[in-house]
Design a protein around this ligand. Structure first.
Ligand SMILES: [Zn+2]
Length: 437
């Protein structure tokens, strides 16, 4: 019933601005019209039920070992590339783009094909707990509109971008500067007018080399009018590093496209000066470790980015990254951090690896900060939207086992490193159940 709060009672885990991980047992969280209206100790449950007129059947008592966590935030994913996720992993970035990616993306002119792939990627990511996703679509306006509609219907929170690419593209998959701008304008106008609180268009120049300066400047002017989020790829491979200085980020900054809600994928080869500029502008990095290994691009030093105080979250980068699961992104980030540690130790240096608590923060609150959504989602806080996952470690066919000696902290770690969608029995976006077992 609309207007009647739902109460969740049990354990939960989340990150706060101050701490990477905070756990609570015996708590109650009240949700009304998609928003968290109270978080209190369970001793207050009877009072809260009468105060808010909540009937018994609107109180969800989590069972032993079940817990609630914030929804996962995928800061970088290419919806059309889901079609070949898990295959075609033999090449490095630029060969991979021309051999597999552009031919696949070109097929999205066909709306029937787009419908099939887009329905599946939204369904699969939601099932895997991705309550918020930052999507690249393709050059096609119609198919990008379709992706927008599919996401709206499924109830996922998302940014959706029509890709801009007027340079260095193959003859069968390209657009002129004028077409690129015109189609982006039309896509933005038609989607902004829907005023959907969950799904927003995002300005999406593919990367610096794929857009003319004229197009980038025009997108900057368009964005001044609509104040939308922005996403692109930056400094992904060694070949992307120019002559130094600010030549890559500078072009986005010149166009006014480096903002608090600008998402820069990868930044593996980012310089100190560029990190300083990112911090100054409040733009964030989407760290995509599976992709960085699969395409053999390199290792981003996340510890250094965190020490610099820049915003950073995790992305699957499907299908440069072969898995659409954010738990996989978290695990890959751990492996990359440990690989850097091994390299440093060989040089006689110490390196502080990412802890499971930091990895958890990157996958939730960190991602929300990168997307400029941390006032709305990312953790459990009164006034924020309720985007959450009910995790059941004891579900039938669970991919991991629980022992009598396990603590809550052990269970959280086991879920993060061994769990999967089978353990996610409910996935909520703004208080609405979107997926689950
Ligand atoms: Zn990407």
């Amino acid at each position: 019933m609309a207007g009647t709060p739902t109460i969740f009672h049990g354990s939960f885990v989340h990150s706060t601005k101050e701490k990477d991980m905070v756990t609570h047992n015996d708590m109650v969280i009240g949700v009304e019209r998609g928003k968290i209206i109270f978080i209190e100790h369970e001793t207050r449950l009877p009072d809260l039920m009468s105060e808010y007129s909540v009937p018994r059947d609107k109180v969800r008592h989590l069972e032993k070992w079940q817990f609630l966590m914030p929804g996962l935030v995928d800061t970088h994913i290419h919806a059309p590339q889901y079609a070949f996720a898990g295959s075609k992993m033999d090449l490095q970035l630029y060969d991979w783009l021309s051999t597999y990616t552009f031919p696949t993306e070109a097929k999205f002119k066909d709306l029937k094909y787009a419908m099939d792939v887009y329905s599946k990627v939204v369904d699969r990511t939601l099932k895997n707990g991705t309550t918020t996703a930052c999507y690249f679509a393709t050059l096609h306006r119609d198919a990008t509109n379709l992706l927008f509609q599919i996401i709206e219907k499924a109830g996922q929170r998302a940014y959706v971008g029509k890709v801009n690419m007027d340079c260095c593209s193959p003859t069968y998959y390209k657009e002129t500067m004028e077409e690129s701008l015109e189609d982006t304008k039309k896509f933005v106008e038609s989607t902004v007018s829907k005023k959907n609180p969950l799904v927003t268009p995002i300005i999406t120049p593919r990367f610096t080399g794929s857009c003319s300066e004229e197009l980038i400047m025009s997108l900057g002017r368009l964005n001044q009018q609509y104040q939308l989020p922005v996403q692109t790829h930056e400094l992904e491979t060694r070949a992307d590093v120019g002559t130094g200085g600010l030549n890559h980020l500078h072009i986005w900054d010149k166009a006014g496209l480096l903002k608090h809600n600008t998402v820069l994928a990868h930044c593996v080869y980012i310089s100190e000066e560029e990190l300083d500029l990112l911090k100054l502008r409040g733009s964030g990095i989407a760290h995509c470790p599976n992709s960085n290994i699969t395409l053999r691009s390199g290792f981003l030093d996340v510890r250094h980015v965190l020490e610099k105080g820049c915003k950073i979250g995790l992305g699957t980068d499907v299908s440069g990254g072969y898995s659409c699961s954010m738990l996989d992104a978290l695990r890959s980030a751990s492996q990359v951090s440990k690989t850097i540690a091994i390299q440093r130790e060989e040089r006689g240096e110490n390196y502080e690896i990412l802890t499971y608590k930091e990895l958890f923060r990157l996958a939730t609150l960190g991602g929300s900060e990168v997307m400029g959504l941390d006032e709305t989602i990312g953790n459990f806080q009164v006034g924020k939207d309720f985007d959450g996952i009910v995790v059941d470690p004891l579900v039938e066919n669970s991919p991991f086992d629980v022992f009598s000696t396990d603590t809550f902290s052990d269970i959280i770690q086991k879920f993060l490193f061994l769990g999967d969608d089978r353990n996610m029995i409910d996935v909520f976006v703004a208080g609405t159940r979107t997926s689950g077992r």
